[in-house]
Design a protein around this ligand. Structure first.
Ligand SMILES: [Zn+2]
Length: 351
């Protein structure tokens, strides 16, 4: 999303939908000057960790924050705008830069940079992305900086799982959890935020429902998938999972599973995503065995999912779910990709 102009800044602020209470509490802490110098913001991908962190940075920077009855951050003053538009030199993002882990190099940069006084604001915020990917060595090195930073420094550690951080780090920063938004709120939000969403809902409602399910409660992801190029591989992966489940639950001709198996990727990282997607689809069917109104995580079309569920026994679905989990495990242990897929079909008694 481009973030130029008043309208876009306000839209960015409105993205806190699922985390409004959390943001409001933190903004009250800013006003009372009680905000911890370091925060751990934990939550699944796409649940608004960056949005919360940027809103808090904007609240700190807001020059209008002490005006009675005003919103904090106001979103229109110079301080708010620079932060929310990503133009403040004092809000610094540190991340893996495409690598699998966040190593000591990044921490070394932090240790030196924290001592440089702020450029524009009266504080500096370091947003550490994927903080849970910091190596143990890096976390230990970071601890020294986290314990005694200059008074103007704030840290926001964004991560999917705070459990992967050392206890010594967790004990120095409160862990805050971002919450996913409901599908209803997500639909409403993206239709208001982006004209393409409202158009898609009108012209291709089935595709729009697919996009909402694929976003799995993440606003960031839903907005990203409005770009057809970003959504195409996700759509393809979901279609593969649907085809697999369709053939697996139809026992009339076992040979039909082979062309489906050949559509899975030979590349381990892509296969991992495909199997994870398949696992979510199978889990939906297992949940539907318990109740027709069970919340679904994969199927946008509940009636179709119930049809598939009704074709199979609970035992079959449990075996299939367990075979997929075994395949995910084998793939993560570098097993041969072809053998992993054949074993999946055998374990689930499909062939
Ligand atoms: Zn402001």
């Amino acid at each position: 999303m481009s973030r130029n102009g008043d309208e876009d800044v306000r839209q960015y602020m409105s993205r806190i939908v699922g985390n409004r209470k959390l943001c409001e509490k933190l903004c009250r802490d800013v006003l009372a000057d009680k905000l911890s110098h370091a925060l751990i913001i934990e939550g699944a991908r796409g649940t608004g960790k960056h949005t919360v962190a940027l809103n808090i940075a904007a609240a700190l920077a807001c020059t209008e924050k002490h005006r009675p009855d005003g919103d904090v951050p106001c979103g229109v003053c110079r301080g708010c705008r620079k932060v929310l538009e990503g133009k403040s030199p004092d809000v610094i993002t540190v991340g893996c830069g495409g690598k699998a882990t966040l190593g000591v190099d990044a921490v070394r940069f932090l240790r030196e940079d924290v001592h440089t006084v702020p450029n524009d604001l009266d504080f500096k915020v370091y947003m550490i992305e994927d903080a849970d990917k910091m190596t143990i060595q890096a976390q230990n090195a970071f601890l020294l900086t986290l314990e005694e930073p200059p008074a103007f420094v704030r840290f926001m550690l964004l991560c999917e799982s705070a459990d992967l951080l050392l206890e010594t780090i967790r004990s120095r920063a409160p862990v805050l959890r971002t919450e996913p938004v409901s599908n209803e709120d997500l639909e409403k939000y993206i239709c208001e935020a982006d004209r393409r969403a409202a158009q898609m809902k009108l012209s291709s409602p089935a595709e729009f429902s697919e996009l909402i399910m694929a976003a799995s409660h993440g606003i960031g992801r839903a907005l990203e998938y409005l770009d057809p190029k970003a959504f195409a591989p996700v759509k393809e992966m979901r279609e593969l999972a649907r085809s697999f489940v369709n053939e697996a639950t139809d026992t009339s001709d076992p040979r039909r599973i082979f062309p489906i198996l050949s559509r899975f990727s030979q590349k381990r990282d892509i296969l991992a995503k495909q199997l994870a997607c398949l696992s979510t689809a199978v889990n939906d069917l297992i949940m539907l065995k318990k109740s027709d109104s069970a919340p679904l995580s994969f199927f946008a079309d509940r009636n179709r999912a119930i049809e598939l569920c009704d074709r199979s026994s609970s035992t079959f679905l449990y075996d299939l779910g367990s075979a997929v989990l075994t395949a995910i495990d084998s793939n993560s242990r570098n097993a041969n990709v072809r053998l992993t897929l054949i074993k999946l079909a055998c374990d689930a008694k499909l062939i």
